[in-house]
Design a protein around this ligand. Structure first.
Ligand code: NAP
Length: 249
């Protein structure tokens, strides 16, 4: 049974791999056997993740990318194909948040969250698409959030962008199903890291998590490997929430 989770010989491209969940997912994919392209806004941080994979005997390169910028995304895909010749798995992870009441939110803050969180996923998927369609196989995993399903004050553009990612995942799943490509999303709940370390409403949120704690980033491994591997070949258009039960409460 273990073979259905094996990613040996696969090439995975992870955006926002410089830190947080992206850096951990890059290392999980490498541990499962994939060659991993660590792409992120700050090259130095992506290179540190690459180095950590190389030190453990994996295969990895690092690239600088702004996922919301068409030419930058095209360069990322071109460099990936030059290095590895193909792409099997795309993890659309890069994401940002601006917490602000809508009445105080600037147009620039709104646009920037939408540009990175939503347009970024469209641009990266579109750029990788020709390779996946030609291969007639591939796995796309979009990182959304419980906040794409559950509204919270001050998360206007974040919540809206993440809800749109859930819907975009379904559209792309329909468009690429005839090519044998699975498009799914992972919806993390509250994970330890930069996004949640300084939450003003942390205590109220903890009370709403049935499992009673924030997650460790490594706890994404099961959902990530499942959706990246042969194990999920008949699963597409789904969002798998890894949230300690948050959305049940
Ligand atoms: N942490 C959670 O509890 C949680 C919960 C639900 C959903 N999520 C989602 O999970 C994903 C990762 O979250 P995280 O907590 O790990 O965030 P994080 O710690 O802030 O890391 C985000 C990463 O994305 C990179 N990035 C930001 N904008 C980018 C851009 N335009 N182009 C390329 N890379 C960019 C950042 O680059 P730099 O290194 O330059 O900063 C950073 O490496 C996000 O989509 C987030 O919405 C997180």
């Amino acid at each position: 049974m273990q073979d259905i989770f094996n990613l040996s010989g696969k090439v995975a491209l992870v955006t926002g791999a410089g830190q947080g969940l992206g850096s951990v997912m890059a290392q999980i994919l490498a541990a499962a056997g994939a060659s991993v392209v660590c792409a992120s806004r700050t090259l130095k941080k992506a290179s540190e993740v690459r180095d950590s994979i190389l030190q453990k005997g994996g295969s990895s390169i690092s690239l600088q990318v702004d996922v919301g910028q068409e030419q930058s995304v095209a360069n990322m895909v071109r460099q990936t194909l030059e290095e590895y010749g193909t792409i099997d798995i795309l993890i659309n992870n890069a994401g940002i948040n601006h917490r602000e009441l809508c009445v105080n939110m600037t147009e620039e803050q709104w646009d920037e969250v939408m540009r990175v969180n939503l347009k970024g996923i469209f641009l990266c998927s579109r750029a990788v698409g020709p390779t996946l369609l030609k291969n007639r196989q591939g796995k796309v995993i979009n990182i959304t959030s419980v906040i794409g399903s559950q509204a919270l004050p001050t998360r206007g553009p974040y919540s809206s962008s993440k809800a749109a990612v859930i819907q975009f995942t379904k559209v792309l799943a329909l468009e690429w199903a005839p090519y044998n490509i699975n498009v799914n999303a992972i919806g993390p709940g509250y994970f330890k890291g930069r996004m949640n370390d300084s939450l003003k409403d942390a205590e109220a949120i903890l009370q709403r998590i049935p499992l009673g704690r924030m997650a460790e980033p490594e706890e994404l491994a099961g959902a990530l490997i499942f959706l990246s591997s042969q194990a999920s070949d008949y699963v597409t258009g789904q969002t798998l929430f890894v949230d300690g039960g948050f959305l049940c409460s």
